[in-house]
Design a protein around this ligand. Structure first.
Ligand code: CAA
Length: 241
């Protein structure tokens, strides 16, 4: 029986590419999303991948949503914690709401989603948890105190949980994408992108969502069974950790 993979934020951006790549690799995939019904319906119609709507920042909503996924597809073997948001603004203008929203989705989301599948993975002695952090969790980014803190938290989460999962056959790894050609990056002011970001990417271009999706497929595979607690950096050389 094909393994079951859940991709949070799996209908748009990097998650869109991950969901499709995992399906092509033979997994039964569920893609979750929080708000954009039109994009999710279109994604599902085009790919045949079922979609489930819940906010990863809400523990109760995740418990309900993950249980619906398991009812529909079976126990979760692979969890890709990809859902993420930005609320960029200099710290002196950052509101508590900006802070809470970003930490809630990008960091609390990892706790909420992973907690729901962890005991099952331990019992079955197999699991893959793949977290999508960011270059900006590694290096920090002007205007992203909330985002950088949440993404650095994702790296710490990974390193600690990997140690707990190892004996139970569960690997936990984190990918740090650089600037990838998605709506999120295209929302950065054009001038900032062209003058401050692109010139700092040694390969001279934005990354493609597929380039991150292929990293996920590898980390989910049996070939990656000895890799756990690792940080896979995919940023075109912009920051060498
Ligand atoms: N370093 C130092 N100073 C900077 C700076 C930087 N990187 N960026 C802006 N500043 C300075 C400006 O020069 C300006 O200074 P002066 O007032 O002396 O001229 C001051 O900060 C204020 O700048 P703005 O007027 O641009 O302020 P703003 O409030 O309009 O916008 C911002 C600030 C929201 C941070 C905007 O610059 C921005 O969006 N920057 C991009 C942030 C970014 O890279 N986000 C990544 C999004 S993609 C993503 O997150 C995915 C991923 O994982 C990679």
């Amino acid at each position: 029986m094909a393994r079951v993979a859940v991709v949070t934020g799996g209908t748009r951006g990097i998650g869109h590419a991950i969901s499709i790549a995992m399906k092509q690799a033979g997994y039964r995939v569920a893609a979750t999303y929080a708000g954009n019904d039109a994009a999710a319906q279109q994604f599902s119609a085009e790919t045949g991948i079922p979609v489930f709507k819940f906010d990863v920042g809400s523990y109760d909503a995740v418990a309900k949503g993950m249980s619906e996924i398991e009812k529909a597809l079976g126990p979760v073997d692979v969890l890709v914690n990809n859902a993420g948001i930005t609320k960029d603004t200099p710290f002196h203008k950052m509101t508590k709401a900006d802070w809470d929203a970003v930490i809630g989705t990008n960091l609390n989301g990892l706790f909420n989603c992973t907690r729901q599948v962890w005991e099952g993975m331990r019992t079955r002695k197999f699991g893959r948890v793949i977290n999508i952090s960011s270059i900006n969790g590694q290096k920090g980014q002007f205007g992203q105190v909330n985002y950088s803190a949440s993404k650095a938290g994702d790296i710490g989460f990974t390193k600690a949980l990997a140690q707990e999962g190892a004996r139970a056959g569960i690997t936990v790894n984190v990918i740090c994408p650089g600037y990838i050609a998605t709506e999120m990056v295209k929302a950065v002011p054009k001038e900032v992108l062209e003058k401050a970001i692109l010139p700092n990417i040694p390969v001279g271009r934005l990354g493609e969502p597929d380039e991150i999706a292929r990293c996920v497929v590898f980390l989910a595979s049996d070939d990656a069974g000895f890799i756990t607690g690792s940080t896979l950096t995919a940023n075109g050389g912009q920051y060498i950790a």
